[in-house]
Design a protein around this ligand. Structure first.
Ligand code: CP
Length: 322
């Protein structure tokens, strides 16, 4: 057990749930990132185990597939000393038609302290939070939000640039279906970055002009001079009808490659939340170049960020959402 940081040195966090970015204020968002910075050194130490959540129970409830988010919440919980249960949704009674609320009531009766949920329906995490007594963390709900991804992206930016305020950040691709884009837009705006959105008109939400961002349908115009390009996955599984002529055509105009990023700042860094469609939204030459790509750093930040989120939500002692 690593005993360098003591749980009692942390003040309780002001919020019980992490459902969407705008439930937090700027100071609370900065505090979460600062807490994650405190956990970062542990992710590369030999002895990674802490006892902040010893005796607490975390349930991971993933109704949609996940590699990064589920495994990093699991690792984060275990490294904090919690008992972690990954609900096997495919072999649970959900497969027999049990509703989300009945599943929630059943799990709630077992007394977990933290519930992490991913669901295909926007608003599922909010619904769950109203029905259970523990903290709920949204690990992605439909096309609504994926707040822990936005936080780990901001942590990655802070580690890379030493700041978030003033960075010019272009979010490119399938904005329409992207919960990652929504959470990042809210958080990056809150933290003082300049956010640009780039997408073909069919993949840009019609109300994006109300989000306090600059909007482009031309990739080269949108990434001119930017510090960071966040490429988004084309979410073909959420597309009904024809949003694009073809993936090849999409790559030609919107795929991030070495030639196109010449118009960005010379120090430009490229991010992608994963999973990637190589050769569609990003060229492998960029994704695998450690001088440009921050994709591995994002995954590393993910564990520390999720440790901070779990520890903060579990430390809540009352007040708002009580
Ligand atoms: N970025 C992200 O949410 O990845 P997973 O779907 O693998 O969790």
């Amino acid at each position: 057990m690593n005993t360098l940081i003591k749980p009692q040195t942390r003040a309780p966090f002001a919020k019980k749930h992490l459902l969407q970015i705008l439930d937090l204020n700027r100071l609370e968002a900065l505090e979460l990132i600062e807490r994650a910075e405190g956990f970062l050194p542990y992710t590369s130490m030999k002895e990674k185990k802490l006892d902040f959540l010893a005796g607490r129970t975390l349930i991971n409830l993933f109704f949609e597939n996940s590699t990064r988010t589920q495994s990093s919440f699991e690792l984060a919980g275990k490294r904090l000393g919690a008992d972690v249960v990954n609900m096997a949704v495919k072999s649970s009674s959900v497969a027999k038609g049990e509703t989300l609320l009945d599943t929630a009531a059943t799990l709630n009766a077992m007394g977990p302290d933290l519930l992490v949920i991913r669901h295909k329906s926007s608003g599922a995490a909010q619904l769950l939070a109203r029905k259970v007594s523990c903290s709920v963390i949204n690990a992605g709900d439909g096309t609504h939000e994926h707040p822990s991804q936005a936080f780990l992206d901001s942590l990655t930016l802070k580690r890379t640039f030493g700041r978030i305020e003033g960075l010019k950040i272009a979010i490119c691709g399938d904005i329409l279906h992207s919960r990652v884009a929504r959470s990042n837009i809210m958080l990056l705006n809150m933290l003082g970055a300049e956010v640009r959105l780039i997408a073909p008109p069919t993949l840009m939400p019609t109300d994006a002009d109300k989000w306090g961002v600059k909007i482009y349908d031309n990739l080269l115009h949108g990434i001119e001079g930017v510090d960071v390009i966040m490429a988004l996955r084309l979410q073909l599984e959420r597309m009904s009808g024809s949003f694009l002529p073809s993936p090849r055509e999409y790559f030609r105009y919107y795929g991030i490659d070495r030639e196109k990023i010449r118009v960005a700042a010379p120090h430009v860094r490229v991010m992608h939340p994963g999973p990637m469609n190589r050769g569609i939204e990003i060229d492998s030459e960029i994704a695998d170049d450690p001088r440009i790509s921050l994709i591995v750093d994002q995954v590393q930040s993910g564990v520390a960020m999720r440790m901070a989120i779990l520890e903060a939500m579990a430390s809540f002692e009352g007040g708002e959402y009580a």
